[in-house]
Design a protein around this ligand. Sequence first.
Ligand code: UDP
Length: 354
Amino acid sequence: MKLLTIIGARPQFIKASVVSKAIAEQVDLSEIIIHTGQHFDANMSDIFFDQLGIPRPNYLLDIHGGSHGEMTGRMLSEIERVMIKEKPDRVLVYGDTNSTLAGALAAAKLHIPVAHIEAGLRSFNMRMPEEINRILTDQVSDLLFCPTQAAIDNLAREGFSDKPVQVLNVGDVMQDSALFFAQRATAPQGFDLSDGFILTTLHRAENTDDLARLEAIVGALNTIHATVAHVVLPLHPRTKAAIAKAGLILNVHVIEPVGYLEMIWLLQRCALVLTDSGGVQKEAFFFGKACVTMRDQTEWVELVDVGANKLVGADQANIVATVGRLYGQKVEDQHQLYGGGQAAERIAKYLSSK
Ligand code: UDP
């Protein structure tokens, strides 16, 4: 079976690293990869291919920037062109980015079956571009690989149980990557803090594109850095641009975006995670750290249920108070919430049995 995988953004490289490896182990599966170019800086793209052993993309589309419609539209037409040429038996898409939606939609219109990895997640906030992407991608997929029971429940509520599609709880491929690469963690170059820092990431459009939220978050980070502990922030290029445009001053330990092996090193040593990322919320849990999430909703509701994750929105006082309260708190994974690290193997075996 010839698979065509579509990736384009940082979290997709990390997810694909373990799935592509598992696919290569199935003799009856072959894989072609399209990289849409959505993330293109060396430290947002190349470094992951170098570090994680992801096969080089067969097609590099170099599509990035512009509005959502423009980016998705260009991807749709370029991806369709490759699909017509390659005639894959199945298309594989990950997560919730514009690359995910463009790949799924192009395939569905050509009647090529679509498998969605990380299906069924919902934030129930239709103002998030990711929510639109995931709902539409699920609608045109016939194989829905869910990471959690909550995702299965969401799809059941949306009537997927009555559709001629397969919905499977395979676990979370990000747990596979965290476990697989944990032994290979390396310190970011020139990083001179050892323990006792707060690892922060910030890049969701709802925070970076809303001045009031961005101001409140930057204010909170500066206060925490001055009063609680060092805030280490590998700064996403979009956030860097938004902060500069708004004329805000960040007084924290800013570093360039790091590779995944460096990110794991930071996760292993930090005293707390403060983030608005999807993936990083779970990685905090995988590495036994409490997480404070600067969003109003999360797709990873089970972490909130077990008390490992606190949602604080963009409320400056709440962010500062919650970070102060949870700083240094350990979290134990006794719950097997994410499948235990065999998701990629389950996915590849299932694809090979089709
Ligand atoms: N990540 C990384 N380097 C960084 C920041 C994040 O390798 O400087 C990793 C992080 O560990 C996680 C993934 O990128 O595996 C999450 O991606 P991101 O936060 O960009 O996207 P989201 O998960 O929110 O969609």
